[in-house]
Design a protein around this ligand. Structure first.
Ligand code: A3P
Length: 328
């Protein structure tokens, strides 16, 4: 695989390699660093995914509020079939990651019988599909104007995304430690910081990831909605209204009077999700579900990074974004 976004033939060994951030090696492709096991899924999705006009994509840089956005979008879009107060609501039985699948993850994991085809084809419409793929490398069929499908992006302060990733990785490696094959030791926060500043983290550089979606949202506001995690924390109901309207399922006057938007926010809140049995004791392939729900606040970076580290990262990001019109 040549280091070009148009490459479709996997020859991963030729791509630049970064092994200092366990659990997975990273490969650089199309200007971003990818978990090695996921990259074939990206290439397959680019080649084979067939979008539908009713599709909604939830895009994010990792540890930026993906789990929350998945829950909110799923609950808002499917509220006619699954009212948020219903005791048997899917989100009361399943982790948000089991309700909304990752585009590149499912393509990467799919067994050979579906190889050569679109693994999302059996999923009924309207589909909500998540991705960490940067905008410039999404399947062209998704980004082309006029295809109808929509993209919601959630952005977060890079310092909080970094600290969240560090905490998550420690839990992921602790989970792997139960397996027999001696997992690698996690990075210290200082080590991860250095790599992050260099853009060497999963789907990094973070600021290029954010900028791609922000620019797309400016070019095509009807196709790409750009949300900020910090604003969602400040005004969750306002943001869920915006999300529903964008997805084409605005809350009706009757629903507003009944407090349905508030019910969706309550169902998807950190407190509610964190305390569900499935999220306390369930697992994904490589981590316990509880690892997806930590503090859920803005500014936790200050408990793990020095002011000097913060200033250095802020400067790197500011320099990289200069002239773009975007700022965190
Ligand atoms: P912290 O580690 O800073 O607490 P992602 O879902 O992209 O992996 O992002 C994980 C971050 O989102 C974690 O941040 C996690 O605690 C937070 N999060 C998860 N569910 C949330 C929710 N329902 N509301 C707010 N934040 C949430």
């Amino acid at each position: 695989m040549a280091a070009s976004p148009d490459a479709d033939d996997a020859d991963m060994a030729e791509l630049p390699l970064e092994t200092r951030c366990p659990p997975t090696p990273l490969r650089q492709y199309g200007g971003f660093w990818w978990p090695e096991p996921i990259l074939p899924g990206v290439v397959a999705a680019r080649a084979r995914f067939e979008p539908r006009p009713s599709d909604v994509f939830l895009a994010s840089f990792p540890k930026s509020g993906t789990t929350w956005l998945k829950a909110l979008a799923f609950a808002a879009l499917h509220r006619a079939d699954h009212p948020p107060r219903a005791p048997d609501h899917p989100l009361r039985r399943r982790n948000p990651h089991d309700c909304v699948e990752f585009l590149e993850g499912l393509f990467a994991l799919s067994p050979s019988p579906v190889k050569g085809g679109d693994v999302f084809a059996p999923h009924p419409s309207p589909r909500v599909i998540a991705t960490h793929i940067p905008y410039s490398l999404l399947p062209g069929s998704v980004t082309t104007e006029g295809t109808g499908c929509k993209i919601v992006y959630v952005c977060r302060d890079p310092k909080d995304a970094l600290v969240s990733k560090w905490q998550f990785t420690k839990k992921r490696l602790a989970f792997a430690a139960a397996a027999p094959d001696n997992p690698p030791k996690p990075c210290t926060v200082d080590e991860m910081f250095e790599l992050f500043c260099d853009g060497r983290c999963t789907y990094g550089p973070q600021w290029h990831h954010v900028l791609g979606y922000w620019e797309a949202s400016r070019r095509q506001p009807e196709k790409v909605l750009f949300l900020r995690y910090e604003e969602m924390l400040r005004d969750p109901v306002g943001n869920v209204r915006k999300l529903a309207e964008f997805m084409g399922c605005v809350f009706s006057g009757k629903e507003e009077a009944a407090g349905v938007a508030e019910d969706v926010v309550e169902l998807c809140s950190m407190d509610t999700l964190k305390n569900m049995e499935v999220n306390k004791n369930g697992t994904q392939n490589s981590v316990k579900n509880e690892a997806f729900f930590r503090k859920g606040v803005a500014g936790d970076w200050s408990n793990h990074m020095t002011p000097e580290m913060a200033a250095r990262l802020d400067k790197i990001v500011e320099d990289a974004l200069q002239g773009s019109g975007f700022a965190f």
